[in-house]
Design a protein around this ligand. Structure first.
Ligand SMILES: *[C@@H]1O[C@H](CO)[C@@H](O)[C@H](O)[C@H]1NC(C)=O
Ligand SMILES: *[C@@H]1O[C@H](CO)[C@@H](O)[C@H](O)[C@H]1NC(C)=O
Ligand SMILES: *[C@@H]1O[C@H](CO)[C@@H](O)[C@H](O)[C@H]1NC(C)=O
Ligand SMILES: *[C@@H]1O[C@H](CO)[C@@H](O)[C@H](O)[C@H]1NC(C)=O
Length: 291
């Protein structure tokens, strides 16, 4: 399991162009190998230092013009990605951050911290890309409040996926053959072509959680659909239970969530229930790294 995810995460890192996986320097008990079998096992001697790493341990939030390739800008940009997926995502439309072109951050009295970003976003399936201008507010104050996003894009959502979506909807609407699947993708990064729309829908649904849970110190990514089962169609909405694994890249934690997801071409993706699963305390340890 640990190695499965490791391989997967490395693949995802490459595919989606996320920053290099790094571990806090002086890795203390919080990234202990045994307590978090899915964390990246960097030994003392193999530990690498990257530019991003110094960003990770940066305690004071950056203000002013941001380096587009550093964590503060990328973390905020990834929140915009999640927001766009909650608005426009479908089993055939899944948006990713391609590049941060520019960004800045400022403190807003009594409100929190505001980011201005110029981004290039890309659709995974069509490869269509577009330019987005976003304003993002991480609310200050007590408790965890979801970031507020305003964004306008040009050139995105021009790919016409209507025909594919309609065909998928008609295929799965009748409940005589309810779909299900697990380990998407598998430990080698493979998935059956028929599973791809379900993986994409799981990714879009995960963005609802990742948007809600994000703050200035997090960077979430969906690692895997552990499993999904289709439920009976209700009120013309396809319905699914999903169990997804999210990767929080700063703490290197793998977080399990169960979601109740509905979709139809008219109503789009909706996440009706979310349930955080308890931390995995007795996961199998990964195989020894010494040979
Ligand atoms: C999108 O890009 C990938 C990799 O560059 C390529 O394999 C794929 O065929 C492209 N898809 C389309 C629809 O152009
Ligand atoms: C997308 O294609 C469908 C037919 O496949 C067509 O009916 C629809 O008008 C098109 N939508 C856009 C926005 O081009
Ligand atoms: C950000 O979220 C993480 C994970 O939920 C949490 O541990 C941390 O306290 C939050 N930080 C802030 C500044 O709210
Ligand atoms: C889905 O995967 C999770 C995590 O591996 C597991 O705990 C759960 O039992 C699985 N559920 C089903 C219905 O297979």
């Amino acid at each position: 399991m640990g190695w499965t995810l490791l391989i997967l995460l490395v693949v995802l890192t490459v595919v989606h162009g996320n920053p290099t996986v790094t571990v806090r320097s002086g890795s203390g008990p919080t990234v202990g190998f045994n307590r978090h079998p899915n964390s990246v096992p960097l030994g003392e001697d193999t530990q690498t230092t990257t530019e991003e790493e110094s960003e990770v341990v940066e305690e004071v939030m950056m203000t002013g013009v941001l380096n587009p390739s550093h964590y503060p800008a990328r973390r905020a940009a990834t929140v915009v990605q999640h927001y766009l997926n909650t608005r426009y995502g479908s089993p055939y439309r899944w948006l990713f951050l391609s590049t941060v072109n520019s960004g800045s951050a400022e403190d807003v009295a009594d409100k929190g911290r505001k980011y201005q970003l110029e981004l290039t976003m890309q659709e995974t399936i069509s490869n269509v890309s577009g330019q987005c201008s976003a304003e993002l507010l991480f609310p200050g104050g007590e408790g965890q409040n979801a970031p507020q996003v305003q964004v306008s894009c040009e050139g995105l959502c021009q790919s016409n996926t209507t025909a594919q979506e309609e065909a998928f909807y008609q295929q799965h609407r009748a409940s005589n053959n309810l779909a299900s699947g697990s380990n998407i993708p598998d430990g080698y990064g493979h998935m059956e072509p028929s599973m791809k729309p379900f993986w994409q829908l799981g990714g879009v649904a995960s963005s609802f959680i990742m948007l809600r849970e994000s703050n200035e110190s997090t960077l979430y990514n969906m690692a895997q659909v552990a499993n999904f089962t289709q439920l009976e169609t209700e009120k013309d909405q396809l319905r699914f239970n999903y169990h997804v694994l999210l990767h929080e890249m700063i703490s290197q934690e793998i977080i399990h969530w169960k979601l109740l997801v509905t979709w139809s071409p008219e109503q789009g993706v909706q996440v009706l229930q979310t349930e955080l699963q308890p931390k995995c305390h007795h996961c199998e340890a990964p195989p020894s790294t010494t040979n």
